[in-house]
Design a protein around this ligand. Structure first.
Ligand code: SGN
Ligand code: CA
Length: 529
């Protein structure tokens, strides 16, 4: 220990040479699972405060029209890594696909450009990560309590604690001790939270219990004119499991997912389990006493769902705060882009649902906020004046998760290969609004038949309209005017007066299917018959 002071001095000196403030930008990309914009106060103030996420937006930008290409974990991650739609990266669904890890991804291209790359947390692509100098991932969906991690040597290590804390600890540890500080870095922090079944850290179990949330206006949607919406199995009322999802272990009836929940509980140590039971047991007793039925039960489930989800977000927000504090303390904010997004959006009771998958707004949308490097802001004349300080700058253009890869490559000064289908967001980050920016987004969801029974569909979303085609064991079109019907309740397809709009959208849809080379296309001729 005697040499610590001397070593400390040396570290200060060499630190000044390292982590160059003028070199290529670092990227810290934080992606959560199933965290929807409704549950972030920088997007929506109705439900909960997320002060640390709001810090990211306040020092940067908030994309107000950010979407995914295929609203499901693995596919979304594959789109993000490759900058390509599912049809091009060939990871269509969570259940049958294995990511071809030999294909081009942005981490590999960043490595070639001299970056150190790392991914920590949920991976969910079946094959092992490639293109990373360091990785540690959770198997499959991972566990909230005392999770296992697969490490680079393919060994499984068991860790004690709550997953959101552990992922953050390891991410900070890699930035501090694991990386080569002479090189720019790109760190992907992939949280398991807020994925089902929303198991909160015991520290936060008591939060939000005094709150009662208004039911979303569409909670009792009857799905009239939308048969695919009617066929789903993701209803809070019918499909949300009392034991597994809402933790009512001994409420009398058994359930399909009881065993899964018990396995999760069995991972807890004595103290964690005691805190868990202390909190949930009185709620179980009260539930048994009240024995709600029908609408009362549906609404009881909604309230519990909201609370558990929010508690899980709370840990996430706190841990994002820790990452921001670390970057600030180390002087890294000068030269580091911090991105926060989710693998897709989520239903918080809208249409009566939980889960995602559909091309309808709540799940196709995904939050996207970025804290811009201080140097980037200075160099692009983006420093907020007094009045705007602390407020995010909104970017309204239509953006999609295939855009992240080219954005990071451009920021790194690397070339963007021609086969990347996304567009770099850098011009938008600089405050430009190019006339040539895309006017429509393409979407394609494949995982059917499968859990939640959301039928296969593809579609197009413009600023104003959405046209969806459900196919496979159904052949149904839906058209929504998002301006007059933002909740997507009134299917206008085939209605008088919408012929021209429909024709135009179909033709643009076909253009997009050609542009992205999607072999699944509708036949315009057959459809005219
Ligand atoms: C699990 C969940 C589903 C969820 C999928 C996909 N069921 O299978 O509710 O839709 O993951 O989610 S569970 O009983 O295992 O919790 S994704 O975000 O990974 O795509
Ligand atoms: Ca997800």
């Amino acid at each position: 220990m005697a040499g610590t002071a001397v070593l400390g001095m040396a570290a200060v000196v060499s630190c000044q040479q390292k982590d160059s403030k003028n070199g290529p930008y670092n990227i810290v990309y934080i992606m959560t699972d199933d965290h929807t914009a409704q549950m972030m106060s920088c997007y929506d103030t109705r439900y909960m405060e997320t002060p640390n996420l709001d810090r990211i937006a306040a020092d940067g930008v908030r994309f107000t029209n950010s979407f995914v290409a295929n609203s499901l974990s693995g596919p979304s991650r594959a789109c993000m890594l490759t900058g390509k739609h599912s049809c091009a990266n060939r990871f269509y669904d969570n259940t049958t696909c294995v990511f071809d890890s030999t294909q081009q991804t942005f981490p590999k291209l960043l490595q070639q450009a001299g970056y150190q790359t790392a991914v920590i947390g949920k991976w969910h692509l079946e094959s092992m990560p490639t293109g990373f100098d360091y990785w540690e991932i959770v198997p499959g969906q991972g566990d909230y309590y005392n999770p296992d991690f697969i490490t680079m040597q393919n060994g499984t290590v068991h860790r004690h604690g709550y997953i959101t804390d552990i992922i953050t600890d390891d991410a900070i540890d890699w930035m501090e001790n694991g990386r080569d500080k002479e090189k720019p870095f790109c760190l992907l922090i992939h949280h398991k939270a807020i994925h089902r079944n929303w198991m909160a850290d015991t520290t936060y179990l008591s939060l939000y219990e005094d709150k009662t949330f208004p039911l979303p206006e569409t909670f009792y949607d009857d799905y009239a004119g939308r048969p695919a919406a009617a066929a789903q199995e993701m209803s809070i009322e019918k499909d949300m499991d009392l034991i597994y999802d809402l933790k009512m272990l001994a409420q009398g009836k058994d359930s399909r997912l009881k065993r899964t929940y018990e396995t999760m509980l069995s991972r807890m140590d004595k103290e964690q389990r005691a805190a868990w039971d202390r909190f949930y047991n009185p709620i179980i007793e009260d539930f048994i006493k009240k024995n709600p039925q029908g609408k009362e039960l549906a609404e009881w489930k909604f309230q519990r769902y909201m609370r558990d989800y929010m508690k899980t977000v709370k840990s996430l927000d706190e841990n994002v705060g820790r990452v921001l504090d670390y970057l600030e303390q180390e002087g890294l904010l000068e030269n580091t882009l911090v991105v926060y997004t989710s693998d897709q959006g989520f239903y918080m009771g809208e249409h009566g649902w939980f889960d995602k998958r559909f091309m309808y707004e709540e799940s196709m949308r995904t939050p996207l906020i970025m804290r811009l490097p201080d140097r980037f802001k200075r160099e692009n004349g983006l420093e907020a004046d007094g009045a705007n300080k602390g407020k995010p700058r909104d970017i309204p253009e239509l953006v999609q998760n295939i855009d992240y890869a080219p954005t990071f490559l451009e920021l790194a000064g690397a070339e963007i290969p021609d086969d990347i289908q996304g567009e770099s967001l850098v011009p938008l980050l600089k405050g430009e609004h190019p006339d040539t920016w895309r006017d429509a987004l393409y979407y394609h969801f494949y995982e059917y038949p499968a859990e939640h029974m959301v039928k296969r569909h593809y579609g197009i979303r413009t600023d104003r309209y959405k046209l969806i085609h459900f196919y496979n064991d159904i052949d149904e079109w839906e058209l929504f005017d998002l301006q007059s019907d933002p909740q997507e309740l009134h299917n206008l397809y085939g209605q008088e007066g919408y012929e021209t709009v429909t024709e135009g959208l179909k033709s643009r849809l076909l253009d997009l299917q050609e542009q992205y080379d999607d072999p699944v296309r509708f036949s315009p001729d057959r459809d005219k018959e």
